[in-house]
Design a protein around this ligand. Sequence first.
Ligand code: HEM
Length: 487
Amino acid sequence: MFTTIFFVIIFGIIYYARKINKIPKETEHIPYVSTLSVVWAIMRGKPHDEIQDLIRKSSKGHDIFVNKLGPRTYINILNPDYAKDLLMQSEDIAPKFTYKSGNPMREFFGNGMIFSNGDLWRTYRNLANPIFNLALSPEMVGETIIDFFAFMQQNLNRPIDVFEVSQRITIEVLGKLAFGYKFGCLESEETPQIIKAYKFVIANVESVYRLIFPWINKLPTENNRKFHEASDEFNEFIYNIIETKRNEIKNNSANYTNNGHVDLLTSMLELSKQEGIHIDTKQLRDEMATFFVGGHDTTSLSLSTTFYYLAKYPEIQEKARAEVISILGNESVIPTSDQLKEMKYIYAIIKESLRIIPPVPMINLRILEEPIKIGPYIIPKNVLCTVNIWQIHHDPENWKNPKEYNPERFLKNEKRNPFSLIPFSTGPRNCIGQNFSLMEQRVVLSMMLLKYNWTLPENSINKDKLILAPHFLLRPVDLKLIFTERN
Ligand code: HEM
């Protein structure tokens, strides 16, 4: 009896494993690649570049392949033309995949713009667009950097965590842009309580284990209790800001803090009022939570990448500083939009940082509503597709010595595929904050170059290469730099 039950269970498991691992007939014409070794490397916490090297090795030269994870079939795109074929599709044909309720991503971002689809997405993207279409003023970012200089007085001449301080800058800038709010990250060393709560929440939301096994979130553990408390605190903070803004609009006292421009939240509320669009408070919370993450965590990584490479290669730092001095002079000033446009080498540095370490290395999953053609392949309906931006940015066909940090490649008229550099994605679901982030990075970098020199400490664990933790959004591991004031 026992033996029979044992064999029935074993056969059941084998039958189920074969069934879920079977490649659907409609995708049999696309090369199949097993990514089990990649999943295993992610679960063991291997650095992100090693995971990407493993993806390249496992793909055996295929720039599009199918893989299976559980019952789902995935199409992975590693080639710029195929990326274009997917990303330029209309939003209705290749919408974003929606995570099930209970998944930490779904719980945190809700129906915010990054995961919503259809009319909901269109309505809120249109409401947010005007702020991002304005000529965004460098003044607002520059004022934050002046506050940052004061903060740095206590942090000079010793190793400091450059990602942590970059986050302080980008959180303050985002606060002004999104809500007209000052978090106080640059007022003292102590991290404001709301930012501590946010960091705890996001670390759990993007945990690989929680994404793969969402039931972990339901266990009655101490960590989960703290996670729910911190989420409530974060949500309450956002709801309070929404309430304040609604009242300001009702009383005609909207706070025009952003250099005469209104903040994103006020603008969305005012525009919806003018156009008679009902804005649901929960939906607004989801949008603001999305902007909070999208608006600062990505830019702080990109800034950290730039600080790192300029410390590693002092000759690039010197050349960049010389360009800034030739445009702004030697005194610490906030650059104007026209002066930013003149900074060609600074722009090349920022593009090279976004190429070598794209802060969003993989596009969020799309689920096809109808079959589409990607390169020579017909991809059937209901299949999940993703684009690997990192692989496209490291493709030797478009990038000579892709692992080498070389801003000069953007100053030569090298011919390359126009879709070979897509840190902000492309097509209808591209990054709404792209121009804002590029402006912000140019202001921060030019002002920092005028004020400081910076170097890598002798014993840095990042001496040879920048180590990145394998999260949903990339993060440097223990990246410390020493800043000294220029005379
Ligand atoms: C270096 C900085 C940034 C990078 C590399 C970046 C990258 C991206 C990428 C790749 C996407 C597409 C994601 C996907 O389809 O899966 C995206 C979307 C988005 N980003 Fe950014 N982003 C940056 C800065 C910002 C900023 C500053 C904001 C807002 C202030 C922002 C807000 C958003 C939003 C709301 C979306 C969703 C757009 C939609 O689906 O319509 N991002 N970003």
